[in-house]
Write a protein that binds this ligand. Sequence first.
Ligand code: FES
Length: 236
Amino acid sequence: MHEMPSERDDQEESVMLSQQNERLSAADEIVRRRLARRRFLRRSMLAVGGLSIVAGGAGALYMMYPTLSGQFGSTLDLGPKANFPAATPDMLRLNNAGVFFAETARAFIVHLDKRTHFLLTGGSLEAQLAAEQVTRAPDGSFWLALYWRCVHLGTPVAFRNDCLSFKCPSHGARFHCDGEYLSGPAPRNMDRFPLSFNGDHVLVDTGRLLHVSRSSDESWPDTLPRLLPIPQVGCE
Ligand code: FES
């Protein structure tokens, strides 16, 4: 018996639809795989790029901020206190008594004897010592770390035994042995670093440069009272 034309058409249509569906699902699968591969490649490239940026950034940071441990810019151990014997301000001798140049710290270490005569006493003295970053040791002596560059225009200053004070060779600014301003064009006292002790050793934090207002005998609003009497020797 022959099938009716409409039944045959229906069967053909059904076969065609089924084939078409198979083709579509195969195409879908190919597209899905391509998308997955593309996603994988993109993620890989992003990961590699990210790693490169992180590595490059770390390298740049390392170049910009090299480890400072043991170098200028960090806290330096300058050795035992015994390397810096104390003296009163009238007995100072560079690198022998009371004032020493520490090259690694780019600073003068000043160690004043406990018998040093100050202009202030009691609470005023203590407050002024703190304001000028003077460290008192357990034995009663006084310590300071003074940055070697002049606060006027940056020339390294020299300690002059004949003047019992620091003198800048450029424009003649003069500073007392505790870094207090005496004369010349300097706008403030010598800059200084915090000084502390670790047991018997002297530590200087060269990462913290501290400014101290100018000391004066006159009561200007931006000046501090003096700690030490002005030296009785001139300085040409
Ligand atoms: S740089 Fe020291 S007085 Fe000018």
